[in-house]
Design a protein around this ligand. Structure first.
Ligand code: ZN
Ligand code: ZN
Ligand code: ZN
Length: 111
C-alpha cells in the first residue's frame, strides 16, 4: 500500500529552518526538519491536540512535542472520532503525557 505524503511548513521552527530555542547557538538547525524548513507527513493527518499544533511540548522546556514529533500534525488511519479516552484533548490527565489511545491527536480510529 502506498502512503501518500504531503510537504508542510515545519511548525517547530516556523519554516525558518533554525532551532527556535537556539539551544546550541543561534545558528543551530531545527532538528525537527533538519533545516529543510518543511517536513513530510503522511496523509490523512489531523492537528496534534496535545501541543495544539505548535510542535512544542506542552510540558514546557525546549523540547519538541513527543506526540507529533514536533510536526504539529499526526497521521491518522481512515475515519476518526473524538477520542473517548481523553475527550479530544490529547492529554492523559493522570500522567500529563499524551493520550496513548489517540497518540495525542484527540481523535481515535472509528469502529
Ligand atoms: Zn523546522
Ligand atoms: Zn504535538
Ligand atoms: Zn485520546
Amino acid at each position: 500500500m502506498i502512503t501518500k505524503e504531503e510537504e508542510i511548513t515545519c511548525v517547530f521552527c516556523g519554516g525558518r529552518g533554525q532551532d527556535p530555542f537556539q539551544i546550541m547557538s543561534h545558528l543551530s538547525t531545527c532538528y525537527v526538519c533538519g533545516g529543510e524548513k518543511k517536513v513530510r507527513v503522511a496523509i490523512p493527518y489531523i492537528r496534534c491536540s496535545y501541543c495544539g499544533g505548535t510542535g512544542v511540548s506542552p510540558l514546557g522546556g525546549r523540547n519538541h512535542c513527543l506526540a507529533c514529533e514536533g510536526r504539529g500534525v499526526i497521521h491518522t488511519k481512515g475515519k476518526t472520532q473524538k477520542c473517548p479516552a481523553c475527550g479530544g484533548t490529547g492529554v492523559d490527565e493522570s500522567t500529563g503525557l499524551y493520550c496513548l489511545e489517540c497518540h495525542g491527536g484527540g481523535e481515535a480510529p472509528r469502529g
